[in-house]
Design a protein. Structure first.
Length: 326
């Protein structure tokens, strides 16, 4: 662990030029006292490292000196995909490896390219979870990833939409979609892959049972799965009246497919700006919840069952918030 930290100090100084003890301690998540001891060890090993006092001081390497210890380990090479994805890397338990990997890649670049890479990191940031969620934490994400990598079966206690079930899975791959992790897996008795949300795994037991992974194209399979999923979502439709504000709000809340369907079906606006349109819906229950978010900016004309549900909810809300006269 300490040897890795000493190398990290060299790579950090090589990448940044000059850093204070406090800055090094922040990068390495250790105390300033630990940094002082590590610097003394590097001095004793003959590394041309020196400190400068004063407000603009800090540690730096002698000009022109560069470490040659920038080769990637097998584990770092395996994690190369996550070098630009700090959030997912942390969730999978790869953060420390990816941090060292990024340092090595930066140290190996010529100075002009290293400067461009540093500016890129300063100016672009990828944040995968949505605004109203911190992601999809799960205590079983790391062991699921390990099973995917080792190509071993897992036994899970899983919360499906029909209830809690026990499954033995052969995990083919992990997918991060909208801040949520999914494992694509087959079953020994059912070879067709399916998706399982990792957050819904209630318990997981790794099994010492390797399985044969077919020539499985994870990106291609996932793209086809998403297309089929979206097509299956919209099995019915509702006829509605939308106010100008409701139509604007719909663009913020609904999927691109719903917005496109409304745009294609909308008639000319009436004098108040309201339009008639057809909205694709998945089910009465989902449509009821989705359209309630538009409040009084939408009126459902059909189907009658959906209109009645919304009318009942509106009546209940009116009774709940009724204010006595005066």
């Amino acid at each position: 662990m300490r040897a890795s930290r000493l190398l990290s100090i060299l790579l950090l100084l090589q990448a940044h030029g000059r850093l204070t003890a406090a800055e090094l301690a922040g990068h390495l998540e250790v105390s300033v006292r630990t940094v002082y001891r590590d610097v003394e060890s590097l001095h004793a090993a003959g590394i041309p490292l020196y400190g400068e006092a004063g407000h603009a001081g800090g540690y730096r390497l002698v000009d022109g000196w560069r470490t040659r210890l920038t080769g990637l380990t097998a584990e770092e090479a395996d994690r190369l995909l996550f070098a630009g994805l700090p959030g997912p890397a942390a969730e999978l338990g790869y953060q420390s490896v990816v941090d060292t990997l990024r340092l090595k890649l930066h140290a190996a670049l010529p100075a002009p390219l290293a400067d461009r890479a540093a500016r890129l990191q300063e100016r672009f940031h990828l944040d995968t979870p949505g605004w109203y969620s911190d992601g999809d934490p799960s205590p079983y994400l790391a062991p699921t990833a390990e099973a995917v990598w080792r190509q071993h079966r897992i036994r899970v206690h899983y919360r499906s939409w029909t209830g809690d079930v026990q499954r033995v899975l052969e995990p083919y791959g992990l997918v991060l979609k909208g801040g949520r992790w999914y494992v694509v897996a087959a079953r020994p008795d059912r070879p067709d892959p399916a998706t399982y949300r990792v957050n819904q795994i209630l318990d997981l037991t790794p099994l010492d049972e390797p399985f044969d992974r077919p020539g499985f194209d994870l990106p291609g399979w996932w793209r086809a799965h998403v297309v089929a999923f979206r097509a299956g979502l919209r099995r019915d439709e509702a006829t509605v009246r939308l106010s100008p504000r409701g139509r604007e709000r719909l663009r913020e809340l609904a999927s691109d497919a719903v917005v496109a369907a409304v745009d294609a079906s909308a008639g000319p606006p009436d004098p108040a700006g309201w339009v008639y349109a057809v909205v694709p819906i998945e089910s009465l229950t989902h449509a009821h919840a989705d359209l309630l978010r538009l409040g009084a900016e939408v009126e459902v004309l059909s189907p009658a069952a959906l209109r009645d549900r919304l009318a009942d909810t509106a009546g209940a809300l009116a009774a709940l918030y009724h204010r006595p006269p005066g």
